[in-house]
Ligand binder design. Sequence first.
Ligand SMILES: Nc1ncnc2c1ncn2[C@@H]1O[C@H](COP(=O)(O)OP(=O)(O)O)[C@@H](O)[C@H]1O
Ligand SMILES: [Mg+2]
Length: 275
Amino acid sequence: MSPPEPPSALSIENLHVTYGRAVEALRGVSLDLPAGRIVAVLGANGAGKSTLLRAVSGTLGLHRGAVVRGAVRVGGQALTGDPARAVRAGVVQVPEGRRVFAGLTVEENLRAGELGRGRLGAASRRQARDRVLDLLPVLAERRRQKAGLMSGGEQQMLAIGRALMADPRVLLLDEPSLGLAPRMVRQIGVIVREINRQGTAVLLVEQNAAMALSIAHRASVLENGRVRLEGPAAELAAGDEVRRLYLGAAEESAAGESTAAGTAPAPAALTRWTA
Ligand SMILES: Nc1ncnc2c1ncn2[C@@H]1O[C@H](COP(=O)(O)OP(=O)(O)O)[C@@H](O)[C@H]1O
Ligand SMILES: [Mg+2]
């Protein structure tokens, strides 16, 4: 028998979201993120993955979207669509497309990540910072560099580092591998797994199913705003449906992308969780 799941860090219950009162982007999505786990959310473009993260981080309003039914709970408490409140509850999002402050230095970007988590005392802030620089040493090396001058992979690391400065209990990642070369995708996978090993629960949105399933404990596949499949990551990775729908496609696009990198192995070569 498998061991019981840890208590829920984040629970999404029957969530319905619309944009501009017209586009129904989520149609009754439920999902549980147990404390200390990685749950992947897979799906094609337009499936509703970013919408789901926006609903959790309270940023739907910035996109003219709204939760029309359902709830998001963190530690049993309902979140209300207020981004500041989500951050105070320990839920921090790394948005799609990284969005670092290009004109600011790495150091300034990291400091921006401390804002909004006012309850953190000096000792916790220092601890969060040490953790970030230890996990992402490139940020220490590039401390004074303008973020806009870094590579896509480095900017993704900075975006993740900035989020970690708020010492999240739940980290929301929106397609961290998007547009990165296979070697960098693998590196991001290793970093996300290490963040999780240190105790942070991760909701990982990805189109790269091979990478996501190689590091996640469980996964849900979204299609047209609904959960089409859900289960342990290893089972989904081995199942016909996900292979046919996503893994084939991901491997093909990774192969296309890797022409320059030549023989780089696919992200699926990341070692699997054994927990
Ligand atoms: N700001 C918006 N206004 C109107 N429709 C939107 C907006 N953002 C997303 N959508 C629509 O909602 C659906 C889900 O989009 P999204 O959550 O971005 O999907 P994914 O992240 O899986 O690619 C799509 O049909 C998309 O066109
Ligand atoms: Mg998206």
